[in-house]
Design a protein around this ligand. Structure first.
Ligand SMILES: Nc1ncnc2c1ncn2[C@@H]1O[C@H](COP(=O)(O)OP(=O)(O)OP(=O)(O)O)[C@@H](O)[C@H]1O
Ligand SMILES: [Mg+2]
Length: 214
């Protein structure tokens, strides 16, 4: 199962989400790895801080678009879950990351500016669907949500895209920022609310995966 976490906008939480989902899948007993496609290699660094007593999440840095598809397909045979942490650049690699996905997770911050930036991404997504000649299941994941509900305007724009929004979202929490430098996920933090929140998003994603297999 290949789960790509990608968007065309930088800093929306791709790496944070890939790491946190990786930790959740590992705790659920899945053999899990993350492919870090960013030349900054933030997830590769994150894994360097991970304590060996925690469930393992292997991380491979593959920024080269040519090597990506071949390596990801190999990893998909060795690992039950392969998460791809997307690159922030509007490069050809992003199209490959979309094409490889069994499920695409698109982090989005709930502001008009972010939602507009998603339009360019959706063009890429549509191109990839046409190239693949089959649907690429995708979900928006609202990150750094400040309010309980998305504003009407943001929700309207997202609904027009035909890509569902996951029922649960992630709030702006210190636990996400702090767990990065400890090689952890919020699920392993002391913050009970953050643990519950990421567990709820993880459950949404497991539900989305079950729908794929029907
Ligand atoms: N829910 C959250 N709460 C608090 N901080 C967050 C949250 N999500 C992400 N961050 C912080 O926001 C910053 C950007 O997040 P992250 O690096 O995951 O984004 P990215 O999309 O991978 O960025 P890039 O495009 O540069 O790869 C980081 O400092 C991260 O710790
Ligand atoms: Mg990143």
């Amino acid at each position: 199962m290949i789960i790509s976490v990608t968007s065309l906008k930088g800093g929306v939480g791709k790496s944070t989400i890939a790491q946190n989902l990786g930790v959740c899948f590992a705790h659920a007993g899945y053999k899990t790895c993350i492919v870090d496609t960013d030349t900054n290699q933030s997830t590769l660094r994150w894994s360097g801080y991970r304590d060996e007593s925690q469930p393992p999440v292997a991380v491979f840095g593959i920024a080269d678009g040519v090597e990506l598809a071949k390596n990801v397909k190999h990893l998909n045979q060795d690992y039950e879950i392969v998460l791809i942490d997307g690159t922030p650049s509007l490069s050809a690699v992003t199209s490959k990351i979309i094409l490889l996905a069994d499920l695409l997770i698109i982090p989005i911050q709930p502001s008009g500016l972010d939602v507009w930036a998603t339009e360019k991404f959706l063009e890429r997504y549509q191109d990839a669907v046409e190239q693949k000649e089959q649907p690429i299941p995708a979900r928006f994941l609202v990150n750094q949500n400040q309010a309980t509900n998305l504003s009407r305007e943001v929700r309207d724009i997202l609904e027009d895209t035909d890509i569902p929004v996951l029922p649960h979202s992630l709030k702006n929490r210190v636990a996400y920022r702090e767990s990065v430098i400890k090689g952890m996920g919020a699920f392993e933090s002391k913050d009970e609310k953050a643990r519950e929140e990421i567990a709820a998003v993880f459950k949404d994603i497991v539900t989305a995966i079950k729908k794929l297999n029907k």
